[in-house]
Design a protein around this ligand. Structure first.
Ligand code: R2B
Ligand code: URA
Length: 309
């Protein structure tokens, strides 16, 4: 990694709260978390979010509301069955729900949308003085060589150039950060799979592509100038590198949580086996059912953690 600018994982405060490495923030009287519709002057962030233990992010607003509702049941919270309030409704970009120690928040599609949200979430948990928060991404993906409907817990992120990094142009130069995920959380989350589940849960690398079509070697986008055999060669190369699934955020999610010193895990359900095709063909009902699977696995992890407390 010597040629990268990895930025060491930043140490936490002794009480487990998150330190922000950016010294410029100390010059701000007020920090406006613009896309969350929250700020450090008008909102008492420690009172609102100081008890957060888990930040769970996923693509859609609907799914993240469903996850929040699901967690009220799993944790048997007093607001079970009540209508949940979207805490970011003023920003109208994302949706965020708080249930007990869980924040459930949508991040949209792709790395720029996700990292905008993720960086404001990192600031939010730091300002709130939340202790040792763990971040999850629960999502959807294409699988490699495993049945559709399987769950993949990511062991590392990979960019579209087959490198285990997240690359971002900064001040006119591309900088790179290692896309590393916490091995222990990955294994602990994987151990939440049960023999009785009607789906398999796998560990593997996850490619975070910058595009759904050509960026994921699809043949069904509006543009395509490579052959089916080029596509298969690429997908097999990925498989040989230990990659089990392809989505659109893993590299950046891994890199930014690591840089902040936050333990994190990515848990996605596969909507298709990319070695067999490109189109997402299962019915909406089936896909909705499958999207619950990462919630079930992560829900068990959170429940187990809360039991121990
Ligand atoms: C998975 O699904 C979305 C694209 O359909 C994207 O956000 C991702 O990572
Ligand atoms: N999301 C992706 O990014 N790719 C897929 O193939 C399916 C869902």
């Amino acid at each position: 990694w010597s040629k990268l600018h990895p930025g060491k994982p930043f140490p936490k405060n002794s009480d487990g709260s998150i330190q922000l490495p950016n010294k410029h923030l100390q010059d701000l009287d007020v920090d406006i978390l613009y896309h969350l519709g929250l700020d450090t002057h008008n909102h008492d962030l420690p009172a609102m979010f100081g008890d957060i233990k888990f930040v769970c992010m996923g693509g859609t607003k609907h799914r993240m509301r469903e996850f929040a509702q699901y967690m009220t049941e799993v944790l048997n919270l007093p607001n079970k069955g009540e209508k949940l309030v979207n805490l970011t409704k003023h920003s109208q970009r994302y949706a965020m729900y708080k249930v007990g120690p869980v924040l459930s928040v949508s991040h949209g599609i792709g790395i720029p949308s996700m990292t905008t949200l993720l960086q404001e979430m990192i600031k939010l948990v730091s300002y709130a003085k939340a202790k040792d928060p763990i971040f999850f991404r629960i999502g959807t993906c294409g699988g490699l060589g495993i049945p559709a409907g399987s769950v993949v817990v990511s062991s590392f992120g990979l960019n579209g150039n087959l490198e285990k990094t997240y690359d971002l142009p900064v001040l006119g130069k591309t900088r790179r950060w290692p896309a590393i995920l916490d091995t222990r959380v990955c294994q602990e989350v994987h151990s939440m799979a049960s023999k009785g589940d009607d789906f398999g849960t796998y560990i593997g690398g996850t490619m975070g592509a910058d595009d759904f079509y050509r960026g994921q070697a699809r043949l069904d986008g509006p543009f395509c100038d490579y052959s089916e055999s080029d596509k298969m060669t690429f997908l097999k190369t990925l498989t040989n590198l230990g990659v089990r699934n392809i989505e659109m955020e893993a590299s950046a999610f891994s890199a930014f949580t690591r840089e902040a010193g936050i333990r994190a895990s990515i848990v996605c359900v596969t909507f298709l086996n990319r070695l067999l095709g490109d189109q997402v063909t299962p019915s909406k009902k089936m896909l909705t059912e499958w999207q619950k699977r990462p919630m079930i696995i992560v829900g068990r992890y959170i429940a187990k953690y809360c039991e121990k407390k």
